[in-house]
Design a protein around this ligand. Structure first.
Ligand SMILES: [Zn+2]
Ligand SMILES: [Zn+2]
Length: 226
């Protein structure tokens, strides 16, 4: 997968840091880049922060964030046919090696061995706190699963202990994807892919987006690393 873009540029500094510019545009202002309205602003990250947060310590992405109104932002993230949400899930499928140790569900990873524990914890909370108000059929279903999990009768104390178990089991898919990116060129292509996805998602060419940013004053902010 390699989507080239001439406005994703990179350079390596003297100390070996890779600096990636997603949009080489810097403008001031507050309007939404898609609809140009000045209402309900939110900040969008072209390369999502689930990756940039865990990107290698020697990589800096600049010019990665700017304003969208909440409606356009929500459309792009979730509602359009190939939403950012869907693209994230596809990238996870593409980059994360298949393993019996992991389950991948909509871009979220979980250790296989924790699948049952996770479900048991989901059921344990209502059974511990609200057992008497649960609808009969729900209570029967939860109870059957928990009896299977505990291999027999269980007490409130068992439920309490189960709920106190570490829930630190979902694996960060963003981190797993970033770990698979090999070398600077793959990293740049990855960022270019997100930029291309974003532009097609909001229905603008790069030229138009840049022009809007400059003319109408969309804000492009440095994504800084210490
Ligand atoms: Zn908008
Ligand atoms: Zn966003």
């Amino acid at each position: 997968m390699s989507i080239q873009s001439n406005s994703v540029r990179s350079r390596v500094t003297n100390n070996g840091t890779v600096v990636i510019k997603v949009f080489p545009v810097r403008a001031q202002g507050e309007v939404c880049i898609k609809c140009l309205k000045d209402t309900e602003k939110s900040i969008h990250h072209v390369v999502p922060s689930i990756y940039t947060k865990v990107l290698l310590p020697n990589v800096v992405i600049t010019h990665n964030t700017f304003n969208m109104c909440c409606a356009c932002h929500h459309d792009y993230e979730y509602d359009i046919t190939n939403s950012a949400h869907k693209y994230r899930a596809e990238l996870a499928e593409l980059y994360i090696p298949k393993s019996p140790d992991y389950l991948l569900n909509n871009g979220v990873l979980m250790r296989s061995c924790h699948q049952k524990l996770h479900k048991a914890q989901l059921y344990a909370l209502p059974m511990y706190k609200h057992r008497n108000v649960l609808p009969e059929d729900v209570r029967t279903q939860f109870n059957a699963f928990l009896r299977d999990f505990f291999e027999g009768d269980y007490t409130d104390e068992d439920l309490r202990k189960l709920l106190n178990k570490s829930s630190n089991y979902p694996i960060k898919a963003g981190e797993m994807v970033v770990r698979q990116l090999r070398g600077q060129q793959q990293l740049i292509d990855f960022c270019a892919g997100w930029k291309a996805h974003f532009l097609s998602g909001i229905g603008l060419t790069e030229k138009e987006a840049i022009k809007r940013g400059l003319k109408k004053g969309c804000r492009f902010v440095d994504y800084g690393y210490p």
